[in-house]
Design a binder for this molecule. Sequence first.
Ligand SMILES: *Cc1c(COP(=O)(O)O)cnc(C)c1O
Length: 394
Amino acid sequence: MFKGIKSELLAELSDIEAAGTTKRETEITSAQGSRVTIEGRPFLNFCSNNYLGLSNHPEIIGAVKQSLDEHGYGLSSVRFICGTQDLHLELESRLTDFLHQEATILFPSCFDANGGIFEVLMKEQDAIISDELNHASIIDGIRLSKAQRFRYKNRNLADLEAQLVAAQPARRRLIVTDGVFSMDGYLAPLPEICDLAEKYGAMVMVDDSHAVGFIGSTGAGTPEHFGVCDRVDIISGTLGKALGGASGGYISSHKEIIDILRQKARPYLFSNSVPPSVVSGSLKALELVQGGSKLRETLRANAKLFRELMGAAGFTLLSGEHPIVPVMFKTEAEAGEVAKRLHSRGIHAVAFSYPVVPLGRARIRIQLSSQHSEEDIRSCVAAFSASVPSQPVK
Ligand SMILES: *Cc1c(COP(=O)(O)O)cnc(C)c1O
């Protein structure tokens, strides 16, 4: 049986290769950080979500080691059978306070959080109104529900309003958006989204994976940044980016929504508990985030410096303040060629082209970390300048 399928799969793989969209993994032999080792060579790393430099933070490692001794390695159970420890409850309660919500439920990942929520809250008679650039996990989660689907153009309030009008006959309405769109570093216009939600009787859900820990005055994310914590109904997020970068996800929301998720969300009910060591590491990450603003300020200053230096060097960037900084190129080939040259100069950065981003919008997406030094950033900009081809790449 597999013989026939094998040749089909090989054909599909060679189509991907021919389209130039094969994804290859870079083998890192060091810990994650602003400096990594690849193929035995040191690289400056500008493509991880390690925004606050917590992925290999000594205090987190210490907390995790202690937790291994006190709480063991694994739980071998889902939460509701025998997989809940004091640590899990503590993390849920800390996240609730941090995000200014009423309650929180942990999931194995944010992908699972988004995969589990829509089916529970939104039925046939309900409507989900979703930004077209939302994360794949939101798209898949919506697919798993039987709700009516409405899609609006990225951050386009007029289109959102048109979709809300179309969704008026539904029983419940839920607007869902990424807090930050990861290919552009743009923030969703939450105050205006909340205004429309009020006007048309909709709940608002924000996936704040690329914001939690560093956007907003205390790092509570885009709702805090825009002053709308009390107007957003549901927040999903990840522990796998700024908050230590291991794994795990959550939903923070009204108490009744969390209560029903504990009864019905399938990735929560039927997948193993987040390991105690990861929960401990996340608790420590949260403590570091809440303990002061230094990491956030360094990150903000780093993003600002990189944006200024690159602008002065003549590069075209997408505007903003987020540590995701897309450096734009005229052609897909040029973006790819520059990424290759950066690599040869010891800079680890990734080019994105169609279909991940729109045709003609190829870019190298740089991600700053609070761990980068000013010298790291200047080296990166110098490497960019040295890598631009003198003749256009065909
Ligand atoms: C990274 C990301 C996710 C997935 O998070 P995991 O915890 O790694 O599953 C979900 N949503 C958005 C917007 C993300 O950026």
